[in-house]
Each structure stands twice: as structure tokens, then as C-alpha cells.
Design a protein around this ligand. Structure first.
Ligand SMILES: NC(=O)C1=CN([C@@H]2O[C@H](COP(=O)(O)OP(=O)(O)OC[C@H]3O[C@@H](n4cnc5c(N)ncnc54)[C@H](OP(=O)(O)O)[C@@H]3O)[C@@H](O)[C@H]2O)C=CC1
Ligand SMILES: O=C(O)[C@@H]1CCC=N1
Length: 256
């Protein structure tokens, strides 16, 4: 079975390792980089097929597929200091690091893919965009809820921008909950109400075609409150700001 090495054991690596191993009958062997020792040790203690390497080079030496979960600011320094083999496969989760730059850092390895995992891979509950769809990349993510092949790197970068809208989504929900608690609803109850409301609605996203206009329409009582709120946000430029923010993300991602 393919053995995996993970460089950078933070949030997304924890989700990937958990999804690959937790509750899995025949989990893969995984070796973790030692930095963030507490997190790595916790994973190794909890998951029998996971161990912690003595250094980053041992992660690379002991694995067939190296999954890179480093922060962008650390990538060049860390990867540039490691010796890869020509037969290594590399799967990067680093946002904004293009294939051409990765290739320079992991040479002589040439089997390289980029990917955009979300934390729901921990429960094998989300599909991960990959480019290109190398067997190593689809091999990892097909164990974690599926992989979505993106046609080219330009399109991949747009998907990468779109994937970075999650924190703002929670800020939106938090604003509603805070507004409620500011009006006397106990904070815990306000948060619970907002969370339950949107958790219940998330089932509607499974509708065929995920037509967001139709979904909005289905919740718009003519002359009603939803209609007013959506119109007010539109008039305030909220949706234009979403588009502008996405444009700015893409510009940052595409800046080499
Ligand atoms: N979080 C997410 O939802 C997603 C993240 N990504 C990408 O994944 C990457 C990691 O993000 P995330 O997990 O959130 O970040 P984290 O900061 O949680 O994880 C990065 C980890 O790298 C470790 N690290 C730093 N220097 C070294 C080194 N020299 N050798 C080995 N490990 C090192 C850090 O250790 P220490 O804490 O000790 O500094 C930290 O544990 C980023 O490039 C991000 O763009 C992509 C998709 C989603
Ligand atoms: O916010 C970030 O930078 C990373 C990339 C996509 C999701 N999280």
C-alpha cells in the first residue's frame, strides 16, 4: 500500500490524516514531520498507522507520496532544503504556490499535483479539487470524499479563490448571532438558533443543479422579510463586494 509523508502538521494536515485513518479498517502508513510536536504526537497516539519522523528528511525518505501542508511562507525554505527522489509523488495543499515553483523545489520529482482540501476531509465529507489529477492526488482524496479534476491551472486558481470564502461565511452567521444577543437573546441560544437554522438549510444544497437563484427564490415571500433583507444587502453593495473580494483573491493567488 502507498505510504504517505506529511510535511507541516497543522490544521489541514490533521484533517487529512484523520480522514485517511480514523475508523478506517486498513489505513495507510503515514509519517509526520516533527514540528508542532504536540499535534503530531496526538495523531500518532490516536492512530496506530501514524508515526512521527525525527526530521523532515525522514518524512520524505520514508514515503512514496509526500503531502505538503506547509504555510506558503515556509514552503520555499523547507522544501528547498530536502532531497526528493525522482520517483516521489508530491501532492501540495499550499494555496498560491504554482506548479512551476513547486517543481523547482522538489526536483528531481516530477509527479506533482496541487489540491484544495477543506477541513471536512476529516470525516471524508468533502470533494477536493486537484490539478493535475495525478494518481497520487486522486489516490489521497478519493479516500477522503472524492477528488474533482480541474482542467487547467488558471481555472484551478479561481477555484482556490472561491475556496477561501469559508471564514467570511462564518463571520456572516456570527454577525446575525451577535445581533440577536445584542437584543437580549442569551448568546448561547442565539448561536444555537443561527447554527441550527443554517445546518437545516444545508440539505437544500443537495438539490439537483444547486441553482442558487432558485433556492433564494424558494425562500422569498413576495413583499416579505427575506425579500427586503436580500434587497438591502444588494443595495449596500454586499454582493458586489463578494465579487470584488474574489477578484482580489485571484489577483493575489495568480501573482507569481
Ligand atoms: N486550513 C485550511 O482549511 C486549508 C489550508 N490550506 C493550505 O494548507 C497549508 C497549511 O495550512 P494550515 O494547516 O491551515 O496551517 P497551520 O499553520 O495550521 O499548519 C502549518 C504547520 O506547518 C508547521 N511548520 C512550520 N515550519 C515547519 C517546518 N520547518 N517543518 C515542518 N513543519 C513546519 C507549523 O508548525 P508550527 O505551528 O510549530 O509553526 C504548522 O503546524 C497552507 O499552505 C494553506 O494554504 C489549503 C486548504 C485549506
Ligand atoms: O485561507 C487560506 O489561506 C487557506 C487556503 C484555502 C483555504 N484556506
Amino acid at each position: 500500500m502507498t505510504s504517505y509523508g506529511i510535511l507541516g502538521v497543522g490544521s489541514i494536515a490533521t484533517a487529512i490524516v484523520t480522514g485517511l485513518c480514523d475508523g478506517v479498517v486498513d489505513p495507510p502508513e503515514i509519517v509526520l514531520s516533527p514540528r508542532n510536536a504536540e499535534r503530531a504526537a496526538e495523531l500518532a497516539a490516536r492512530l496506530p498507522s501514524v508515526r512521527v519522523a525525527r526530521d523532515n528528511q525522514q518524512v520524505v525518505d520514508d514515503s512514496d507520496v509526500v503531502v505538503v501542508c506547509l504555510l506558503p511562507i515556509h514552503a520555499a525554505e523547507v522544501l528547498g532544503g530536502l532531497q526528493f527522489r525522482a520517483n516521489h509523488a508530491v501532492v501540495s495543499a499550499i494555496a498560491g504556490l504554482p506548479l512551476a515553483q513547486l517543481a523547482g523545489l522538489v526536483a528531481p520529482a516530477t509527479d506533482i499535483a496541487r489540491s484544495i482540501p477543506l477541513s471536512a476531509v476529516a470525516t471524508r465529507g468533502s470533494v477536493t479539487p486537484v490539478f493535475p489529477a495525478t494518481p497520487a492526488a486522486t489516490g489521497v482524496y478519493d479516500r477522503l470524499g472524492g477528488s474533482l479534476e480541474i482542467a487547467n491551472e488558471v481555472a484551478y486558481e479561481s477555484v482556490s479563490a472561491a475556496s477561501a470564502t469559508v471564514a467570511a461565511y462564518f463571520c456572516y452567521l456570527g454577525t446575525i448571532a451577535d445581533w440577536l444577543s445584542g437584543r437580549g437573546i442569551p448568546t448561547a441560544a442565539a448561536r444555537r438558533y443561527v447554527a441550527d437554522t443554517f445546518a437545516a438549510l444545508s440539505g437544500e444544497l443537495d438539490s439537483p443543479g444547486a441553482d442558487f437563484t432558485a433556492l433564494a427564490q424558494a425562500h422569498t415571500t413576495p413583499g416579505g422579510l427575506n425579500e427586503q433583507f436580500a434587497r438591502d444587502l444588494d443595495a449596500a453593495g454586499t454582493y458586489d463586494a463578494v465579487q470584488a473580494g474574489l477578484d482580489a483573491l485571484l489577483a493575489r493567488i495568480a501573482e507569481k
